[in-house]
Design a protein around this ligand. Sequence first.
Ligand SMILES: Nc1ncnc2c1ncn2[C@@H]1O[C@H](COP(=O)(O)OP(=O)(O)OP(=O)(O)O)[C@@H](O)[C@H]1O
Ligand SMILES: [Mg+2]
Length: 1076
Amino acid sequence: MEVKTSLLDNMIGVGDMVLLEPLNEDSFIMNLRNRFDHNEIYTYIGSVVISMNPYRSLPIYTPQKVEEYRNRNFYELSPHIYALADEAYRSLRDQDKDQCILITGESGAGKTEASKLVMSYVAAVCGKGQEVNKVKEQLLQSNPVLEAFGNAKTMRNDNSSRFGKYMDIEFDFKGDPLGGVISNYLLEKSRVCKQPRGERNFHIFYQLLSGASDDTLMKLKLDRDFSKYNYLSLDSANVNGLDDAASFRTVRNAMQIVGFMEAEVQSVLELVAAVLKLGNIEFKPESRVNGFDESRVKDKNDLKEMCELLGIEQSVLERAFSYRTVEAKMEKMSTTLNVAQAYYARDALAKNLYSRLFSWLVTRINESIKAQAKTRHKVMGVLDIYGFEIFEDNSFEQFIINYCNEKLQQIFIELTLREEQEEYIREDIEWTNIEYFNNAVICDLIENNQNGILAMLDEECLRPGTVTDDTFLDKLNTICAEHQHFESRLNKNSKFLTDHSLPHSCFRIQHYAGKVLYRVEGFVDKNNDLLYRDLSQAMYKATHSLMRQLFPEGNPAKVNLKRPPTAGFQFKASVGVLMKNLQTKNPNYIRCIKPNDKKVAHIFTDSLVCHQVRYLGLVENVRVRRAGYAFRQPYESCLERYKMLCKKTWPQWRGPARDGVEVLLTDCSVPTEEFAYGRSKIFIRNPRTLFTLEERRGACLEDLATLIQKIYRGWKSRTHFLLLKKSQVVVAAWYRRYAQQNKYQKIKSATLVMQSFIRGWKARNILRQLKYEKRCKEAVTTIAAYWHGTQVRREYRKFFRANAGKKIYDFTIQRIMQKYFLGLKTTTMSPMDNTWPAKPYGFLEGAHTQLRRIFHLWRCKKYRGQFTEEKKAVYEEKLEASEIFKDKKALYPSSVSQPFKGDYLEIQKNPKYQKLNSAMEEKVLLADLVNKINRANGKGSPRLFLLTKSNFVLADQKTGQVKASVPLPDLASVSVSTQSDGFFALKLKEGSASASKGDFLLSSEHLIEIITKLHRIGTTAADRDQINIDISDEFLVQFKQDKVCVKFIQGGPKNGNSAACKRKNNRLLEVSVPSP
Ligand SMILES: Nc1ncnc2c1ncn2[C@@H]1O[C@H](COP(=O)(O)OP(=O)(O)OP(=O)(O)O)[C@@H](O)[C@H]1O
Ligand SMILES: [Mg+2]
């Protein structure tokens, strides 16, 4: 929604001077000052904008500001130049009204800046597009070019426009710019040759010397040093804040954008250089025979260079500086020039050259920016022209300028009044005549064709005879004497005779803005503005094409004897054209005011402002504006602004706005004479009324503000509460959610734990079950496999390899066994042979030993099987001997190997024993030679010992006579020692028949055989007891009378190998047996 605002909002002082109460010069200036101090540099007088130069950049020209003011009504926002530009542009675009913007003010007041602001605003708000942008850019860039050539630093302004400028910007029906036309007025060309102290020549000279490249300068035959040029004032060549070199680049760039060709730019710079060179040409007098001095060029170098630059023949120019051709009555006469005239001619040439160059530039720019389309254009003119000038010393220029301003004032008043009147008519309001000062009379004083000052000046200039400024003043004194605005000392009007403020060589005009004293000196010359024809012809002869263009009158083919129009005449004419032009347009005024003389910010010099306010006629302007009704406003905006003052119109009036305003004003009891109802606007006569309304509005606004505040606070609190409530609900919801989430998470994790346990348990169960089943299955499978195996093996055993294996095994075993058994074969059959092959295999260990045993037994059996009966008996005896003596008697081992012969005596064969043999009843089992031990000395006596089945016999060895025959049953026992002796005792049973002979102690080499046989007989005989055999080393022997103990001891070697028996005492026989 667009916010409706008003100029009246937040006003500092009053934004529109029309509302000033009380209205007088002081309050006017106070208001300006007040606003200026608050950076409000713009103030309105109705639709006129007063602009104070802030002398600093304010942040009020930003693109945002442009947007702010765009399409807003003039009084809607605080005063601004943009508001005026917007109003002008919109009424041009929408209402098809050509506009002109008239910017006036004194030098340095900000006219040129204002014109640029207007142009840039219009450029910003108008249409866009490639072509349009190009046009805009060209229009805007024409400024830097013209400023470089037409502006200069003056005491009052560092960038003072030294020409008047009017620019028509042309738009199409849509409001897009098409092009433009620039008109220039009266360039201050005297500045080219001479500048007042502290001022400079036109910017371009300094810019060229500072900014051009060395190469360019060389081509132009220039030197960078300002001091080398007479036309450049030195004391202020460098101006603070001006960068000439940078500006030169800007200007060149701008020229390019505007459409200058490179050659054209070069030509222009050559002419600028030529002017500088021209200034350096100096003259010296040369005496002539006729007594007159004739001028000669002093140093021809500069002249030469200038001629080279412009392509002029040096001699021609040189001559033109020494002679002058005068044509009178069709005759040509040549007169010499003195030095002063030569300088005059030189300066005239420089001024003309420069001003014509400037005009050519304007024409050239116009060529570029002119609208292409031939359709009807809408036009907005911007006039940036010098303001009223009142100096101490005012000359022709000031006169012309002030005349122009006088004309502008006239048109201003005319147009303002016309507009005012038109509005009254339009609004159907009764027109009350307004008293105002009409300056037409002053204009008439100056421009009247018969007796106007300009006409008289022209008359004087054209008049033959001696014409001086004084003759001109005289003429004025005669002709204008009666004019009420003309004052002169020598006037017929005697009242000034004693006015010492009015010097004799001056006249004074009472301009609308004040009295101005003009010094007549130079009026005639300046008006004549003569350039000797010789010079223009010399210039025309130049080969430089631009130069030729600038001096067309030098063309000898077009010699015009008529004098060129005077400067005054030309100016008057162009002002006339301008005024006509302006009158057809809707005017918009910008009145620029300069706050101080120092060109600095924040200083407001009352006297200076007062002076400007006065000559600009601003207070007068307000009066005119307020003559009828001070303030007017469309009904709609009035109702919008004050509707809160009346209950009926608040908050909304339904119905025509006019009725609403009527109701409102009636309700507010505003006196009826204070306002008038127009067609579309309400007219308020007195600013007071408006301010009363404003005050009441302010108070009302406060109440409304309170109300709004109240409602707003209520709304805010409510909203806040609702927000809190909502937030609380949200927070609670979130919290609950959070808590529930937490709880849920806990339950979930607990559940998960439980679940996992249960699942684990279940899984383990299942696993166990599965494992069991698996095992069962495996078992079943194994069983089945085995069973099947068995089945299959059973069925297929015969095919099985295992069988083969067993067979191989058996076979191998058999083979092993065979080999083993065959290996055993080598063993001898002797039972005595103890050898037995080592066992070849561990597994045969048991069998091996068993076999060994079995084999041995078998071998023995075999061995035994071979035995005869006798041999068998022999072995049986041997066996018995073994049973009796083995390990009991040391003699035994030696007897084993001796065969038991039995009959050692060969008793049957030996005839010696024939008798004895025959004495034996039974078969002699044993016949051997023994020693019978004598009890008395222990010595042995040999006896034959014979044994039969039933008895033993002892016989004499020599005779063979039986000495004793003892039946075996009488034999009780046999005693032997344990040692290797052959002693034995045969003990008889006591009481038996044989006992009387006593026991026998015998010794034999075949003891073992004897006793074995004895024992054997006892075993085999059924009727007898077994013979006891005592084996002991001490035993008793019953000799006939008594018993003797036989004791066996281990004897030493002295006894020889055989045992020796000795009688120890009666009862003891000791047998010493040799140690083994
Ligand atoms: N609106 C503005 N904001 C900031 N500075 C400004 C403004 N207007 C003017 N100035 C300053 O004042 C100086 C003089 O302004 P400007 O050249 O527009 O004066 P002028 O009225 O055209 O003078 P002249 O008649 O000598 O040409 C400018 O160079 C600029 O520094
Ligand atoms: Mg200017």
